[in-house]
Design a binder for this molecule. Structure first.
Ligand code: PMT
Length: 222
């Protein structure tokens, strides 16, 4: 994306994992480092956008000139995103949101002798599908992290969540995906697809933004 490609455009990005507490000392989470979402926030600022970044718990410096909001659980991320999503032109869901949370959060540390080894879970709300169902919805870009059958799972998510675009990445390989500084993406939209080859996440973020701008213009010609 060139320097002014997103001048004045408001972009909302979610990044990182969510953390679902079991008790005051334990939680369920995943391997997302936040690097992909933070790289997108930085690239969007560099292209002139007004960026709000909703981040799960990560160990990354706050990007410059970004309105950063830190959350912990999927429900908190849902509330933060949904309360403002219709004020944005673009929403990019790069976060790895926990699909499930413990049904009950214990106030006291769970003790071995009282524990039956079973954790009851309940489903978290789907943030991106909810954004995509808003009457005044932004251009919605999802991610899909898969260990197999990438195209099939990603295009199914594109359709079932009513997304404008989905960026699919392999996870669990030696390079790319979670926590790595590098990544490769297979990007799908209704009627098209493009491969973005393995490179630094910062570089990849710029390429994905360029593709988003192209697709937005094709969808809504000026
Ligand atoms: O953070 P990094 O270490 O840099 O790693 C980057 C990444 C691998 C986390 C990122 O590139 C990525 O793929 N993010 C999405 C991972 C994921 O959990 O995908 P999913 O297939 O579970 O979800 C599909 C889409 O639905 C995603 O846009 C996700 O944000 C969204 N979702 C999922 C569940 C839920 N309850 N609400 C959601 O909005």
């Amino acid at each position: 994306a060139n320097k002014l490609a997103l001048q004045g455009i408001k972009i909302l990005i979610s990044a990182g994992p969510t953390r679902e507490p079991l008790d005051p000392v334990r939680y369920i989470t995943n391997r997302s480092s936040g690097k992909m979402g933070y790289a997108l926030a930085e690239a969007a600022v560099a292209a002139g956008a007004e960026v709000t970044l909703i981040s799960g718990p990560v160990n990354l410096p706050s990007p410059m000139s970004v309105n950063l909001l830190k959350v912990e659980t999927a429900q908190q991320m849902f509330d933060a995103v949904i309360s403002q999503a219709d004020n944005f032109a673009i929403y990019i869901g790069a976060a790895a949101v926990a699909d499930y949370r413990p049904a009950e959060i214990q106030n006291h540390k769970i003790k071995k002798q009282h524990d039956d080894g079973v954790i009851a879970l309940e489903k978290n709300p789907d943030i991106i599908a909810t954004v995509a169902s808003l009457p005044n919805k932004p251009f919605v870009v999802g991610f899909a992290a898969e260990t197999d059958d990438l195209e099939n799972y990603a295009t199914t998510k594109l359709r079932s969540k009513n997304l404008d675009m989905i960026a699919a990445n392999w996870v669990g390989q030696t390079e790319g995906g979670f926590d790595s500084d590098r990544n490769a993406l297979q990007v799908y939209w209704s009627g098209g697809s493009q491969h973005l080859a393995m490179t630094d996440k910062k570089q990849l973020a710029q390429q994905l933004l360029s593709l988003i701008i192209e697709r937005m213009h094709e969808k809504n010609p000026a």
